[in-house]
Design a protein around this ligand. Structure first.
Ligand SMILES: C[S@@+](CC[C@H](N)C(=O)[O-])C[C@H]1O[C@@H](n2cnc3c(N)ncnc32)[C@H](O)[C@@H]1O
Length: 261
């Protein structure tokens, strides 16, 4: 890096690798099918939806195209990702209903009660202060509005096990993981009701096992050719470390739902 250039966590190599592993537009597992499982029973037709941590925009396409959200506002702290998300929305002819904005970390740059629903897929892990986060989510959600998210939690707030520390170090991303209890408390303090948390570890534990096998085989070869052999090796190492903490139950991807009364 030369002086003055911003340093981003989700560089092109990582984004390119994750597109091969998880599909176009996704920086998280499960694709549109996992978004569908998360949104089962939720009607977003015509709704104005905030997507926190939109990444490269795959989720926003699903919200606008398959869930008929009236307007999706995707925000992210990494401007190059927002540009990619914008290009994806344009490619699929959905720019009129998907607005993408680069933001600073911290308070959400929206007026009170701006959204019918606040959504997030596997991004809140990067925001360590859960109380401040959910106070902001509550503020921008209208009365009667919904919070629906998937995120990567830990099964306790004790110091991470050595295996978890090794996994987090291999990711090289800033993780602010917390327990389901801490999420629930922060949501309650913010004023949310009807809080539901569903541990998705049993699902992702098996999906990740198949992803690791694919990375060790043909998919890994494709990644090595399309991105680099180093990124293939790095991802194999991450997945091996991740499988250990998925199998132990310490890493728990979780679905979270709540309502603003
Ligand atoms: C694992 S990716 C998930 C992206 C997308 N939701 C998906 O499922 O493909 C996490 C995203 O959160 C973004 N992020 C990290 N901290 C953030 C913050 N404070 N506000 C908004 N986005 C943030 C990252 O830049 C990254 O794009």
């Amino acid at each position: 890096m030369t002086g003055g250039e911003p340093e981003y966590e989700y560089g092109d190599d990582l984004v390119g690798s994750l597109a091969i592993i998880w599909g176009e537009g996704f920086l998280s597992p499960g694709g549109p099918e996992e978004v569908a499982r998360l949104l089962e029973g939720t009607d977003l037709t015509g709704a104005t939806v905030l997507d926190i941590g939109c990444g490269v925009g795959g989720v926003d396409l699903v919200l606008a195209r398959d869930y008929h959200a009236g307007k999706v506002v995707g925000i992210d702290i990494e401007p190059p990702l927002v540009e990619k998300a914008r290009a994806l929305a344009e490619k699929y002819g959905l720019s009129d209903r998907i607005e993408l904005r680069a933001v600073e970390p911290g308070p959400l740059p929206f007026a009170d009660a701006s959204f019918d629903a606040v959504f997030s897929k596997d991004s809140l892990i990067h925001i360590a202060d859960k109380d401040a986060l959910f106070a902001e989510v509550f503020r921008v959600c209208r009365a009667g509005g919904l919070f629906v998210a998937s995120d990567w939690l830990r099964n306790s707030d004790d110091p991470p096990s050595p295996e978890m520390a090794r996994y987090i170090e291999s990711e090289g991303l800033s993780f602010g993981m917390a327990s389901p209890e801490r999420y629930r408390r922060a949501l309650e303090r913010a004023g949310f009701v009807g809080i539901e948390l569903v541990n998705r570890n049993p699902w992702y534990r098996e999906v990740a096992r198949r992803e690791l096998a694919a990375l060790e085989g043909e998919l890994g070869d494709r990644l090595a050719r399309a991105v680099s052999p180093e990124m293939r090796d790095k991802n194999v190492a991450i997945w091996r470390n991740m499988q250990v903490v998925l199998d132990s139950g310490e890493h728990c991807p979780t679905h979270i739902k709540a309502k603003r009364p």
